[in-house]
Design a protein around this ligand. Sequence first.
Ligand code: PHE
Length: 342
Amino acid sequence: MSIEERVSSVRRDFSAEISSAKSSEELADIRVRYLGKKGIFRNFSEELKKVPPEERPSLGALINSCKAFIEEEISSVSEKFLEEEEYKRFFSERIDVTLPGEACFSGGEHVLKKTLREVVDIFVSLGFSIQEAPNIESEANNFSLLNFPDDHPARQMHDTFYLDEKTLLRTHTSNVQARELKRSQSKRMKVVAPGLCFRNEDVSSRSHMMFHQIEAFLIDENVSMVDLIVVLREVFQRFFNKNVRLKFRHSYFPFVEPGVEVDVSCIECAEKGCSLCKNTGWLEVAGAGMIHPNVLCKGGADPEKLSGYALGMGIERLVMLRHGIPDIRLFFENDVKFLKQF
Ligand code: PHE
């Protein structure tokens, strides 16, 4: 066979092979056999040396054009294969984002925090601005500036956790009254103060050593008990989503005068008597009163010009009433089955 014939037979063989190739692997194989170091074209160049010199250029050109054809074919087919294979890979690796995911447990807001926020929002909508204070407080802000005399039994009433002689874990959110009075220039303010409080009490179904309170107070000219009643009724009606009646019972807190315990008509039985209200028809929901002149004085406000009311409520108690929860300890035991209900 002449070289010309062999070149065209190589071309034919190659065309047949490449059209039946199915993957880039097979293609790589073909490339090695034709163009590789020990491939078919290597033989041609060996043979070309034996051909008379005058025939070499035309034969060389023929061989080269065949080689170029093969190189081009291989690279265009290989491009096609790579594209197809990449597409197949994408297809097999693709993620169906519409499939339902694996269920994983995500935490939620604690019912106490949720309710705290809800009540604060009610106060904010009535024009109160939020002020917070740290849990660690001075004895002065928690007691002295709130008209608790030294050695007054009310201090023992609070069963305080002392950190040292002058610092303690705050026993109520009323400490914010003292802080805000000190801070304010005008001494006029309308504040809602949510937060944690601590008392060294025996833990039982009704009391805990840690609980949440919300305090609200207004100090301005001509503030009276009427303003207090209006705000209390509004807040509890919105919170319980019911018309409620209010009842004030006289009570003692050193920082208010007069001081009252606030009851709302029972949200279950509307004063008829049921287990929630222990047959009294009423639910105790807050402490309140007119801010004591001594507190205003100690805070730099003139009680001849300004007056104010303050009220404070326990969030645990509100949540227990609303959901009929019998034991305050449930809030802090972190049993997910309990917490998930809210
Ligand atoms: N600070 C009082 C308590 O902890 C509640 C209270 C607040 C009473 C404001 C009167 C006015 O019991």
